[in-house]
Design a protein around this ligand. Sequence first.
Ligand code: MRU
Length: 364
Amino acid sequence: MKVADRHFRTIWLNADGRSIDIIDQRWLPHDFRIATLTTVDEVATAIRDMWVRGAPLIGVTAAYGVAIQMRSDPSERALDAAWDKLHATRPTAINLRWALDAMRSALRPLPAPERAAAAYRLAAGIADEDVMLNREIGENGLALIREIASRKAPGEPVNILTHCNAGWLATVDYGTATAPIYLAVEQGIPVHVYVDETRPRNQGAQLTAWEMAGHGVPHTLIVDNAGGHLMQRGAVDLVIVGTDRVTANGDVCNKIGTYLKALAAHDNGVPFYVALPSPTIDWTISDGMTIPIEERSADEVSLVWGKTASGEITQVRISPDTSPAGNPAFDVTPARLVTGLITERGVAKASTEGLRALFPDRAV
Ligand code: MRU
């Protein structure tokens, strides 16, 4: 998508054919910085410390991490070590394991001298595929928005609530939850987006709001607890969120707070959709409660990043120095609360049968 009229993806290979550049998301929305990653350790740090984040982008970044490792040591031992190191960075998003498995299973049978070149080709392929899948998710989600718009008075916007950042910054381009929104805007369908701030790291306030502003999408930033109230008042037509892992029975794991939005949507008859590319489906488990939930640093709850009046980007403490904090980063929304799963192949029912019907070739 565009940043100040220039098209950017979130990650790209540099002209040296070895290192990668990423948009360093820690500084947004206040500063647009690009970081260069040249070693597998740097790639692991960038994922763990959330310079890059969002399930699809984590997977693509890890794939490039393997490629970088293969350039310096293409042995099978180094391949396994890169898999382990990168896999240990973040536990919840299944795209990470999916991308690492895809890399390892394709590279292992190759003679060592061929692995580096093949790894860069594979990583680029995974990145391009992500863009394509998101475009298709966009088309399939657009049909839902268009249908709601057709029941409204001319010019009246479709009000969409989203949580966290499942936008282009969470993917290589377009985003998952935001892809239908960008297409709707492109096609002149009036939309308005309620952006949950998404405590503790504020991905909504810092990233989704920045994306919406950058692409002229009418939006309103709200505190996480406002969603239920707005739904009761009929101000929300549709919820669309992303996900870090969907189980084979349609349970949805996503950023902490998603479950509460799904409960509020259910209670108020508001459709609750989840947008995802198929690499986000974990076909090996059928119960969302077995997904490992990342527990992050308590500092993310007690300290908040922001920009001071003098322009300095800094952290401030918002709680007593001695109060302990807990920080589970994701929650699970049971399939029964999900209206549908917007995938690249169409909209599936959130159920074993629904997913199998769309992906008969993938189900295990
Ligand atoms: O902790 P994050 O910022 O990586 O969490 C991101 C989310 O929860 C997104 O909603 C999810 O990865 C979907 S991204 C298309």
